[in-house]
Ligand binder design. Structure first.
Ligand code: ZN
Ligand code: ZN
Length: 265
């Protein structure tokens, strides 16, 4: 575990990034070298680790890392770590792990055999509905269907936070991504997740990728960041980069938002 303290590790680290071993555009080595060249002090790869519960109809094969490739992923990162680590740069090994109530204990336990520095806890599925896959999945849904999706999403995220398994929780208010959800309606749900994070001494991220989606703002909202600040929850700024040019994308804007939400670094 990386062990974050309030307010967070600052603006020259980045722990949420993807390579083409999951749904990123670039090979691991291209991402890591770009991060070092961009002046980051620490950089973590966190490709998608999605193990749906037994019997689930979820098919994540188009965007997750193939489970059989985890050894190769770790090996590649350890080789790169040897090459790139220096006085001013540290490469970290991570994964973005999907939370499911049915199997999260086992999924996390099975990862203990690997020399990972940290894991991110994220929710991308409400039941079997892919929350952030495509706006087309949302078009045509009734208000009741949208509300059921959001309720399930937030319940799972609260479960992830309460488990205490994860170094930090990913993109808190993800259902807002495509602009199809009245996000303010779920403020109390977000606060419940923050309460669970606080109780388990966890952390959250400010994920800058939301600025480039239909919702046009960071995850989570400023309103939730203020609540995080009031609870002295550490916040890690991440680009959720899927391309080597994006490893520090909108970090300056993130600094402004955090300052306006009460954080001082
Ligand atoms: Zn994610
Ligand atoms: Zn991600």
């Amino acid at each position: 575990m990386l062990g974050f303290t309030f307010p967070g590790p600052g603006f020259d680290v980045s722990y949420h990034n993807h390579s083409n071993m999951s749904d990123g555009a670039a090979p691991i080595e291209v991402m890591c070298r770009a991060a070092k060249a961009a002046g980051l002090r620490e950089f973590g790869m966190s490709d998608h680790w999605v193990i749906p519960p037994e019997g689930s109809t979820i098919d994540a094969s188009s965007w997750r890392m193939i489970p059989e490739r985890l050894d190769e992923y770790v090996e590649k990162l350890l080789v790169l770590k040897k090459e790139l680590d220096s006085e001013n740069f540290t490469l970290r090994l991570g994964l973005e792990v999907d939370f499911f109530f049915e199997n999260h204990e086992n999924v996390v336990k099975n990862l203990e055999a690997y020399p990972l520095d940290y894991i991110i806890g994220s929710v991308h599925y409400a039941d079997t509905f892919p929350v952030d896959h495509s706006i087309n999945d949302w078009v045509g849904l009734t208000a009741d269907q949208i509300s059921a999706i959001c309720e399930n999403y937030w319940q799972k995220l609260e479960g992830a936070a309460a488990s205490g398994h994860y170094d930090f929780i990913g993109h808190l208010d993800l259902p807002k991504k495509f602009g199809m959800v009245d996000n303010a309606q779920y403020f109390a749900h977000g606060v419940r997740v923050l309460d669970a994070v606080q109780k388990t001494s966890g952390a959250i991220e400010l994920n800058t990728a939301g600025w480039f989606k239909e919702c046009n703002e960071q995850y989570p909202s400023s309103a939730l960041l203020k609540e995080a600040c009031a609870r002295r929850i550490p916040v890690i700024v991440n680009a959720d980069a899927h391309h080597q040019d994006h490893v520090r994308r909108n970090f300056a804007e993130a600094a402004e938002v955090l300052k306006a939400s009460g954080f001082s670094f």
